[in-house]
Ligand binder design. Structure first.
Ligand code: GDP
Ligand code: MG
Length: 214
């Protein structure tokens, strides 16, 4: 039975990646629940959280996945990336090493994610001005060179958090809706046929098995 919450035109899976401690879980809680935690609770992680936004008169339901601390052990499974159409690659503007490791995360995406995944480089903790270790211009140039969009955010004071998610979801929407127009035959081009769901495969093995057997 559908509730209003289940009514959407598009469902996009977006993954959060980046070193431990850069603020991924807090970006997620800020965007989906408007909450922030000073303490890092890396072991108590949700698998994903959702929030719907409007883009171009369409309801986009974002299903945003959090690593739940797996990145500490470099143990992110390929299931995490499966079906993802977007990635927020987060570093901490006050910790240079987390920026240096962006290259590694890009490689991880190349190895595990869809080739067409939309990637946004996110310099989080922009409130820590006095501790800045990564110049904005340098990160911006790196992003341009690697074809990524770029933004600086603060999950603590909320700066640019909405904008970051809004921008990546809009970017994905533009690509998906363009592709739909190209792919659909003329007679199927009416607005009523304009609904497309990006499906997300189950992550755990038991669910995988269930799906295969039934
Ligand atoms: P994760 O390991 O990437 O999920 O990072 P967390 O979201 O758990 O955050 C790690 C630590 O950084 C926590 O102590 C947070 O309170 C803090 N933190 C997260 N985002 C921000 C931010 O935008 N500004 C500041 N100053 N601290 C933040
Ligand atoms: Mg976390």
């Amino acid at each position: 039975m559908g509730t209003k919450d289940d009514e959407y035109d598009y469902l996009f899976k977006v993954v959060l990646i980046g070193d431990s401690g850069v603020g991924k879980s807090n970006l997620l809680s800020r965007f989906t629940r408007n909450e922030f935690n000073l303490e890092s609770k890396s072991t108590i992680g949700v698998e994903f959280a959702t929030r719907s936004i409007q883009v171009d008169g369409k309801t986009i339901k974002a299903q945003i996945w959090d690593t739940a601390g797996q990145e500490r052990y470099r143990a992110i499974t390929s299931a995490y990336y499966r079906g993802a159409v977007g990635a927020l690659l987060v570093y901490d503007i006050a910790k240079h090493l987390t920026y240096e490791n962006v290259e590694r995360w890009l490689k991880e995406l190349r190895d595990h994610a869809d080739n067409n995944i939309v990637i946004m480089l996110v310099g989080n903790k922009s409130d820590l001005r006095h501790l800045r270790a990564v110049p904005t211009d340098e990160a911006k140039a790196f992003a341009e060179k690697n074809n990524l969009s770029f933004i600086e955010t603060s999950a603590l004071d909320s700066t640019n958090v909405e904008t970051a998610f809004q921008n990546i979801l809009t970017e994905i929407y533009k690509i998906v809706s363009q592709k739909q127009i190209r792919d659909s035959p003329d007679d199927e081009n009416s607005p009523s046929n304009n609904v497309q769901t990006i499906t997300v495969a189950p992550t755990d093995n038991s669910a995988d098995k269930k799906q295969k057997c039934c």
